[in-house]
Structure formats: C-alpha cells, structure tokens
Design a protein around this ligand. Structure first.
Ligand SMILES: [Zn+2]
Ligand SMILES: [Zn+2]
Length: 321
C-alpha cells in the first residue's frame, strides 16, 4: 500500500506492508486525511516519532478481527489515543491521559496517511450520513475545541475571547459560538477572521486592541502558540477570570507570572476532547467547515501538501486517497 512515512525524512512509499488488525481491531480503508500542524512538527523532530504520519482521517471499515462486526462496511472516524485499558485513567474513559497510551501517527502507532490503518473498535465512531467527509475530517480539532466546555462551565453572561486565528483558534471560536457562547475571535489576519465573521462570530484585529480591552474578558483562550499571545491573554482576562491554554507554547524566554497571582487568574490546560460530542455538533450543521479547507490534493501529492501547509494563508490541506 501507499504510505507517507517519516524516517528522519518524509517519503511517500508505494510498497509499504498493509497492517493486520489485532484482536478487537478493525482494518480501515482510508478515504480522506487532513494535514495537521502536529504532523509538520513531527517532521521537525517533535516526539522523536518515526513511522507512518497522520491522525486525521475518514475511512470505511473493511475487516474486523473480533466477534462484534457491527461497524463492518461503515464510514468511521477514529479517536487517536490507544489506552492500555488497565490503568485508572482508562477505567474512567480517559485513554487520552493513559500513561502507557499509543497515539495514532504521533507516538508508537503507525498513522493514517496510508491506504489502510488499524485501530481498536472502541476508538471508532460511525459518521452519520448527514456529515460529508470534508466536514468529518475536522472531528479531532472540533473535539479539542469542545473540550473547553467539558472542563469549564461558561455562564450565559460571561464574555469569552479566543486569541489566535489559526486552525485551532478559528475552530474554537466557531465551536463556542455554535454552543451559544458570547465569543470574540482576535487575530492578525483579516482573511482568517472573516471566515469566522461570516458565520456570525464577533472578530477583532489584534492591531486594533487598545488599553480599553484590558481585563475585559471572563475567559480567554490562548490559541496562538506564542509567548506574545500568552502575554496578551494575561492582559485581556479579568481578575478572577480563566486563562485556557490551548496551544503548547515552547519558550526559552523568561515569563512574568506575577499578574496571574495579583489578578487571581485560573490557568487551565486543555488538549483533546471526545469525538462523539463533535460529531453531534456536526450533525446539526451549524458550522461551515468548507471555508477552512485551503486545498484538496491527491494523496500522491502528499509531499506537495506538506509544503503548502507551511504557507501563511493555508488553513487546512486535505489529501484524498
Ligand atoms: Zn491534529
Ligand atoms: Zn491506560
């Protein structure tokens, strides 16, 4: 089968061995995949991962190794963390925090940038026919956005700001807006802000921020991944407010944490979420994901897709098998 493999360099292999599903796993024929920034980070050394890349896919279950065949022939998406099923986190359904987990295309488990991928049946969710592949492919980032609502009870009168208009910021703002929350997206790129604005999200250019905006949001979601974004977020949040960190900020610079103490700000880390709630929101068809797709290429052009992913204006690159 074809597979996009990272082994110190990125290579599209034509004759990679097709995987065999283990007990209670399914073999999935991949139909559509999405390139994520994490994939790009891996090609720069993140996680020290070598193997087939990719964790965002829509596919069809072609084979099941196990007694429960209910998903056979079904169109599915798959949760990316494979827990050990033996620890306290797995027992609580928190496979994404299992200390012994494997992560699809990120850690110890071949990813989905290939003609076939295997996953445990318990990771798979059937996609309702109302949701097309180009929407379903966003299930992982949408689930990550909705994780905020699992962690925080946002009250109807509270004002929320999402800082950063990249993929994650855009999807987070759209998801909170679709959940009837008073949200403002702040970013540097008018063209990206407009995608949210067209879908009735309040937006603001970073350049237009003034002192008046300081301490004006009950909850600020940091989605820029930059230290400057972190600093702006601290300025924007009200005393006793919540700062949600959605992006991992790698910095060697010194960080002034005094405002967090002075204003008694709660800092909340937030990462992956549950796919089922993301799929439910997609079924309601409130968010138009098509505007987030910058281009759809053939899987044979996967390397070109990775190059395109680096461009400033790119939001999401899809690869069709
Ligand atoms: Zn991703
Ligand atoms: Zn576990």
């Amino acid at each position: 089968m074809r597979a996009l493999v990272f082994n110190d360099k990125l290579e599209l292999k034509q004759d990679f061995k097709k995987p065999t599903p283990k007990q209670n796993e399914a073999l999935i024929k991949v139909k559509l995949v999405g390139i994520c920034n994490t994939d790009y980070e891996i090609t720069k050394g993140y996680m020290g991962y070598n193997g087939i890349l990719g964790h965002e896919f829509v596919g069809i279950v072609e084979e099941i190794n196990g007694d429960n065949k209910s998903l056979l022939g079904k169109r599915v998406v798959g949760e990316i963390n494979l827990g050990c099923k033996n620890c306290e986190y797995c027992a609580k359904g928190l496979e994404r925090h299992c200390p012994n987990r494997q992560t699809l295309g990120i850690y110890n488990k071949d990813g989905c940038f290939a003609d076939y991928v295997t996953l445990p049946l318990s990771n798979l969710l059937e996609v309702n026919e109302k949701i097309n592949n180009e929407t379903a492919i966003f299930v992982e980032p949408l689930a990550a956005a909705l994780e905020i609502l699992e962690q925080l009870h946002i009250k109807p009168y509270e004002k929320v700001c999402v800082l950063g208009d990249g993929k994650l910021g855009l999807i987070t703002a759209l998801a909170l807006n679709a959940s009837n929350i008073d949200v403002t997206l702040i970013g540097k790129h008018q063209n990206k802000l407009d995608i949210a604005k067209e879908q009735n999200v309040k937006t603001m250019l970073l350049d237009n921020l003034s002192k008046e905006n300081n301490k004006s949001f009950d909850i600020v979601v940091e989605a820029t991944g930059r230290l400057s974004g972190f600093e702006t977020s601290i300025n924007l949040v009200k005393p006793r407010g919540v700062l949600v960190l959605k992006s991992t900020i790698a910095t060697g610079k010194e960080l002034n944490l005094a405002p967090i103490v002075i204003d008694e700000i709660t800092v909340l880390g937030s990462r992956c979420g549950q796919f089922a709630s993301a799929l439910r929101l997609m079924e309601k068809d409130i968010i138009d994901f098509s505007k987030l797709v910058s281009s759809k290429l053939s899987f044979n052009d996967a390397i070109i897709g990775f190059e395109k992913n680096k461009e400033q204006d790119t939001i999401k690159i899809l690869l069709e098998m």
